[in-house]
Structure formats: C-alpha cells, structure tokens
Design a protein around this ligand. Structure first.
Ligand code: SAH
Length: 344
C-alpha cells in the first residue's frame, strides 16, 4: 500500500486523479494530513464518505503511537518513545527554549555507524525511517504539547545521510507551504561525515544547517571514536564542509563531544583550532553523556570551560551544549535501548 503521508502535494494530485476524483481534493487531503495533523481518514470531514472509504482501502496512513513520555522536572524537556506500525520503537525529544520549541527526531531504527560512545548504535541498524515516520514524530509531539514546533534537528537515533532519499523527501514536506511550513533555516541535519552524501546535499542548495560530528582533531583519534573515519579521511570530511558552505552560504556547525581524558586536552583544543580556523563555523561542545555499555566518562567542569576558553581566544564561535533533561534517559538512544532491553 502507498504511504500517503510521504507523498508530495503533486504526487497526491496524481493519485487522486487516478482514483477518478477532482484534483482539488488532493489539496484538502494534504491539509488534513500536514496542517491539521489528523490520524484517520474518517476525520477528513469535507470529503465524501465514498472517497474516504476508497482512501482507506488504497492507502496506508502512518500514525505513530506514543508508548511512553518522560518529562524532565529540571527543564521541561520531554522524551517520547513511539511505536511504528511494524512494531519497532523509536525515540524523539522535545526541548523548550526561549526562542521556541525544538524537536530532535530519529532518522533510522537503530544505526550502523558504530560510534563508540553512542547508545543508538549498540544493536545495529534495523531499517531507515520513511519520510512520514520522520514527520509524524513532529506532528504527534506538536499535538501532544499543543504548542507549535519551531525548530527541527535530525540528531536522534540514526545517520540521516544513510537514509538520504527519505530525508530529502521529509525536508521537502516539512518546509513546504501546505504543511507545517517550518523554515529551512530552522532545520539542522547532523551527520557523522559520509562524504559523498554531504557533497550531494550541498548540491541540493537547501538553506538547512549541516552539523558535522567531528569529535576529534586528528584522523587517528577520530578513527578510535568513529569507525566511519576509516572510510573517509578527516581532510576529505572538512573539504566537504567547505564545499557545503560554498554551495549554500550556510555556516557549518561542528559537534565535539568532550570525552574525559580522550579528546579534551589543551593540545586537542590547539589542534582543533588549526583544523577549523579557515572554515565559517560554530563549534558546539557536548559533554559526553556516559552510557553503561562503555567506560567513557565526562570531562571535569573546569576542563570543559578551559577548552571552550582556548577556542574562544583564537576567535572561534563556540558554545557548550546546555544539558537538557539530565534526569531522564537523555543520551542518544538510551531510552529506546533501556525499553528494548526490558522488553527482551
Ligand atoms: N548520526 C548523526 C546524528 C547522531 S546524534 C551524527 O553522527 O551526527 C547527534 C550527536 O550526538 C552526534 O554528534 C553524536 O556523535 C552525539 N552523541 C551520541 N551519543 C552521545 C553521547 N553519549 N554523548 C555525547 N554525544 C553523543
């Protein structure tokens, strides 16, 4: 069955004409799906009963079910566990900032990238998410909270550029006029550095922000933390970042998870400065969130501040990621992992 929520308006028009109905119906259906966010064809009350029944027979309507919500008492951050129609579970996070609500979504069920400190990858990759499944994380969260979502970051479980076509379709549907119409500038896609896909994305000339998970200032160290570095050398990855900026004019975000005693020395900060100083960028330092399956620990608070000061003194834009939801299963993939472990 065709997944109706993954179709663009144009594609939907083609489908409705095939069903022998008027083209303008497609626009109505699109509005029900992407603006009014309904979960059932029966709710599309301005369509004839006959058409609703036809839709029901011919199309699948993706709708994620909330399994669990964890709300932080510290900052209101909410973690959601959703069940997909095939039984898999995924997680998403709602963060409330002064500048608006931000949702962090998953792009895959599991992940095959193998980053050493990340919980999302421990059980490998199950499958990529469909565009509708990425969208519906945002739709369900917006409905649950009753508040508009302003920013979307594709930084949850999975490697978005390992699910390229669905990701692009998702961005189109999320940012187009007939849907939530979120500005491309308010969308960030985070990658571990799949070079050909980064270049392809640059050529799409979108206005989204590309975030690169850098995490180390030398090829050797990066290899020890991120298996993907065996495939793509650090210099190639940085060249792809430069290319992204050339093509889009969008400043790159580098994510750098500080791991105690691994990548947090003054020498690391110096090397990092040299590495990125000719790139129009912003560095986001993330104190590593320890997971029980690995022995990595967080850097000391003064080491983190010292690292940040060193970069700042060299004229680099840098922030320390505010830790949201410390009291809930905050780290990437932790909630899903703990849920699945108890289910087993
Ligand atoms: N696959 C994408 C998105 C993943 S998650 C990517 O690699 O960028 C978003 C960020 O969180 C990445 O930078 C990832 O490396 C980082 N991350 C994952 N687990 C973490 C942990 N336990 N502590 C700190 N950062 C973590």
């Amino acid at each position: 069955m065709i997944d109706i929520k993954s179709l663009t308006l144009e594609e939907l028009q083609g489908e409705i004409e095939k069903l022998g109905d008027k083209k303008f119906r497609a626009k109505q259906i699109y509005g029900w799906l992407h603006e009014k966010l309904v979960d059932d064809f029966a709710e599309m009350t301005n369509l004839s009963k006959n058409l609703r029944e036809k839709l029901e027979q011919e199309y699948e309507l993706t709708s994620l079910k909330i399994v669990q919500v964890q709300e932080s008492k510290l900052d209101g951050t909410c973690k959601f566990l959703f069940r997909l129609s095939d039984g898999n579970v995924i997680e998403s996070v709602l963060m409330k900032y002064h500048h608006g609500n931000s949702v962090c979504i998953s792009s895959q069920v599991g992940c095959r990238m193998g980053c050493r400190f990340c919980a999302s990858t421990l059980d490998g990759l199950e499958r990529g998410l469909k565009a509708s499944e990425m969208l519906d994380q945002i739709y369900q969260i917006q409905k649950w909270s009753g508040e508009r979502v302003h920013n979307v970051v594709v930084m949850g479980t999975g490697e978005p550029l390992d699910n390229y076509d669905a990701l692009l379709r998702f961005i189109e549907l999320l940012t187009c006029e007939g849907g939530l119409h979120i500005s491309q500038r308010n969308v960030t896609v985070s990658t571990c550095g799949i070079v050909p896909a980064m270049r392809k994305l640059a050529d799409e000339k979108l206005q989204i922000t590309l975030a690169l998970s850098l995490h180390a200032s030398s090829q050797e160290k990066r290899k020890s933390l991120m298996p993907v570095a065996n495939k793509y050398d650090l210099s190639e990855v940085l060249d792809a970042c430069r290319y992204y900026f050339e093509q889009t004019g969008r400043r790159i975000t580098f994510e750098y998870s500080l791991v105690g005693g691994v990548n947090d020395t003054e020498e690391d900060a110096r090397e990092l400065t040299a590495l990125v100083k000719d790139i129009n960028c912003h560095i986001n330092l993330i104190p590593v969130n320890p997971i029980k399956e690995r022995s990595y620990v967080q850097s000391e608070q003064r080491t983190i501040l010292n690292f940040k000061n060193k970069l700042e003194k060299s004229g680099i834009n840098v922030t320390i990621r505010r830790e949201m939801g410390r009291d809930i299963d905050g780290a990437c993939g932790q909630l899903r992992k703990s849920y699945m472990d108890t289910e087993k």
